[in-house]
Design a protein around this ligand. Structure first.
Ligand SMILES: Nc1nc2c(c(=O)[nH]1)N[C@H]1C(S)=C(S)[C@@H](COP(=O)(O)OP(=O)(O)OC[C@H]3O[C@@H](n4cnc5c(=O)[nH]c(N)nc54)[C@H](O)[C@@H]3O)O[C@H]1N2
Ligand SMILES: Nc1nc2c(c(=O)[nH]1)N[C@H]1C(S)=C(S)[C@@H](COP(=O)(O)OP(=O)(O)OC[C@H]3O[C@@H](n4cnc5c(=O)[nH]c(N)nc54)[C@H](O)[C@@H]3O)O[C@H]1N2
Ligand SMILES: [Mo]
Length: 646
């Protein structure tokens, strides 16, 4: 029996260190490793079942495939690579290289994958993505306030008296953070959850505020009003380190407390109670992605920052507004080669379907997709599918056939974090962690690095792409070795990035133009109404799987399930489990309705990640638009109505 350390690279803040038990060439078990004090020796259900559901699953594709007259045909790597190289070359020659779109999803964002972009830059520059399906909106808000977004080390929450979990459900989406928060609670910290849904995290909190979707900035104003009225404010800090406080104060004065609480559908008593708890410094706010998924989601983060600043919680241990970390921030991005060519074009990820369809001079003719499933995960699935099918050639590198890869012309089978050498950061903590090949690639699967090197060879620029994983890691991780990290040691166990702050902004240095903390001074109208579509549609993170990597056993079960408040069920005379039609302004979807007291009366809840081909793709209904700031994706601006089926 051999034990090997590696790291999960799926799209989750955990980036968990895994101990792999290998016996006679077979991986027997994945266990949590204690080497990383944050991920501390246990794994989520999805990673625990990774061997069965993905790695050794019969659904994993282990050889290249090409589409012939609508059906898949197995081919060997030489043919696959020759085909890919031929199409890339011909497309670039005929239409210009920006007629190629490189779409990088969130399925595996490791250090070496920075080289994927290098490949496309060496090709002469292509179209890539700007914006994000994930957290750009809130990040933009924090950058407006402080110039950059940095979070407190998760361990610092143990020093908080009060912790507000705001639009996040760590009991599902970040179980290691949840362990720390529960530990803090046991030590006496008060846990507060603000969410339109009574989530698993909410059930275990000390105070829960079931806010109306999208109205968090009003709650922020209400809290600020109470602080300013009761003169709970960090006067020195406000005077010396902030900008536009008087304008902020004016904004707060514009509304009455009553009005603000009504806008977010909360009791004044609960809001006052929360203000009292938050005033017991140090208090931290942990913001989630739920608040990003609105057109003006940046304002939620800006109001949280403002509350943190006026209450004296900014830059102190146990305080702050923590949202996430830049998982690729500690690597050297010069190797992506963005300076190699100026011939680049960016298409907006939140509206990728529209962007592909309307691209001109040149139009998009070829798409190369790695580690993403946009046909299920990007909004407006019908339009995204139409766009991806409109191009002449579509290449996918993935491990399985899903809504996106099944539409490809060429499928290239990739390895997993159990078969690769690499490094990976995290968007939930400050550790950089190693990937070690536990086994040789299964079947004919190959790493993305190998694939792009083989293509570079065929396209005549292998020299600029060549190098072993170790050689490239040494280059890309140079900023880490400059901080004193020994890369050989790092291949054995995760290490905390020495320069990552435990308590950010404790020197009161901010990185925007004024060099000071900037207060938000405008909150435009947030609530958009459409009488014909009365319900908010929330599609949140399930505990059982990551992204759209749904175990095969789940796919076969019925339709998409939605949760609806018992009173709404009664109003529409719905039985538990009844099939209904949900309609948005762009499409409709048959779903199974279930009664749940955890959901507000104005909201319908489902989960994200379901596949369109199994009738579970919620993004059939979501409208494609770009957030006001940060080029994010406002999935939750979509409103729906219920139609009974005869
Ligand atoms: N097991 C598992 N873990 C994951 C993932 C996974 O797929 N599976 N995905 C990872 C990814 S990609 C991400 S981005 C993170 C996301 O992690 P989270 O932010 O925890 O998850 P979300 O489901 O996006 O949203 C969190 C909560 O925000 C609430 N919410 C919605 N609208 C509002 C609002 O207007 N105000 C407030 N206050 N709350 C609101 C939702 O009801 C939800 O409970 O999770 C990561 N972790
Ligand atoms: N309605 C709704 N839609 C949402 C969200 C929501 O809350 N509601 N959340 C959004 C968010 S936060 C995100 S981050 C996006 C995610 O959007 P995507 O990244 O497009 O979706 P995933 O399902 O995570 O896709 C990951 C893909 O990578 C593949 N993969 C896994 N490991 C590897 C690997 O090592 N190599 C390669 N080549 N492929 C690999 C998986 O098989 C899978 O096909 O979805 C967004 N979509
Ligand atoms: Mo995400």
């Amino acid at each position: 029996m051999k034990n090997i350390i590696t790291t999960c690279t799926r799209d989750c803040p955990g980036s968990c260190t895994i101990q792999v038990l290998l016996e006679q060439g077979t991986i027997k078990k994945l266990k949590g490793s204690g080497e990383n004090p944050f991920t501390a020796g246990f794994l989520c259900p999805s990673t625990s079942n990774f061997l069965r559901n993905r790695f050794y699953s019969s659904h994993r594709i282990l050889h290249p495939l090409k589409k012939v007259k609508g059906s898949w045909k197995r081919i060997n790597w030489d043919e696959a690579l020759d085909l890919a190289a031929k199409h890339l070359k011909e497309t670039a020659e005929k239409y210009g290289s920006t007629s190629i779109l490189y779409y990088q999803g969130f399925g595996a964002r490791t250090a070496l994958r920075i080289l994927n972009l290098r490949f496309f830059n060496l090709m002469g520059g292509v179209s890539t993505l700007k914006g994000t399906l994930c957290g750009g909106t809130g990040q933009a808000g924090q950058e407006m306030d402080m110039g950059i977004r940095i979070s407190h080390d998760p361990m610092d929450h143990l020093n908080s008296n009060c912790i507000i979990i705001w639009g996040r459900n760590p009991a599902h989406s970040d179980i290691h953070l949840w362990r720390i928060l529960r530990k803090a609670q046991k030590k006496g910290s008060i846990l507060v959850v603000i969410d339109p849904i009574k989530t698993t995290s909410a059930h275990q909190s000390d105070l829960f505020l079931q806010i109306k979707p999208g109205t968090d900035p009003y709650l922020g104003l209400a809290l600020a009003k109470i602080f300013l009225q009761e003169e709970i404010q960090a006067e020195e800090f406000i005077k010396n380190n902030t900008h536009k406080f008087s304008k902020f104060k004016k904004l707060v004065d514009k509304y009455s407390l009553d009005e603000l609480c009504r806008l977010c559908d909360l009791e004044i008593e609960d809001v006052s109670n929360l203000a009292g708890l938050y005033a017991q410094k140090p208090s931290s706010i942990i913001a989630g992605w739920g608040v990003h998924r609105y057109y003006q989601g940046h304002l939620s983060l800006r109001m949280m920052d403002a509350l943190c600043a006026i209450s004296g919680n900014l830059g102190i241990s146990g305080g702050g507004v923590s949202q996430g970390f830049d998982e690729l921030g500690f690597f050297d991005h010069k190797w992506a080669g963005n300076k190699l060519t100026t011939n680049q074009r960016k298409l907006s990820m939140p509206i990728i379907g529209e962007e592909i369809l309307r691209a001109q001079k040149p139009p998009i003719k070829l798409i190369f997709l790695t580690a993403g499933n946009p046909l299920a995960m990007a909004p407006n699935s019908h339009k995204v599918k139409k766009a991806f099918k409109s191009v002449d050639y579509f290449i996918v590198a993935d491990q399985i056939l899903n809504d996106s890869s099944q539409e490809a012309d060429l499928f290239l089978p990739t390895t997993t974090f159990l078969e690769e050498k690499d490094l990976v950061g995290s968007y939930g903590h400050n550790y950089i962690s190693p990937l070690n090949p536990v086994l040789k690639p299964l079947g004919e699967s190959r790493s993305e690095l190998w694939i792009f090197q083989q293509l570079a060879k065929r396209l005549g620029f292998l020299k600029e792409m060549s190098g072993t994983p170790d050689e490239w890691i040494e280059k890309i991780a140079q900023p880490l070795s400059n901080q004193g990290i020994n890369l050989e040691e790092l291949q054995k166990k995760p290490m905390r990035v020495p320069q990552a702050p435990f308590t950010p902004y404790n020197d009161h240095k901010f990185f925007n133009d004024s060099g000071k903390f900037e207060f938000v001074n405008k909150i435009p109208i947030l609530i958009t109404k459409n009488e014909d579509y009365p319900f908010y549609l929330l599609s949140t993170i399930p505990q059982e799987w990551v992204g759209s990597e749904i175990p095969e056993s789940e796919h076969k079960k019925g339709y998409l399930t939605v949760n609806i408040h018992p009173e709404t069920m009664k109003n529409y005379q719905l039985q538990n489990g009844e099939m209904i039609l949900l309609q948005s302004t762009i499409s409709e979807l048959k779903v199974e309705a279930y009664s749940s007291k955890n959901v507000r009366k104005d909201t319908i809840l489902t989960y994200r990640g379901g596949w369109v081909k199994y009738n579970k793709g919620v993004n059939i209904l979501t409208e494609d638009m770009v957030s006001k700031e940060g080029e994010g994706t406002p999935y939750y601006e979509t409103r729906v109505r219920i139609k009974k089926l005869a």
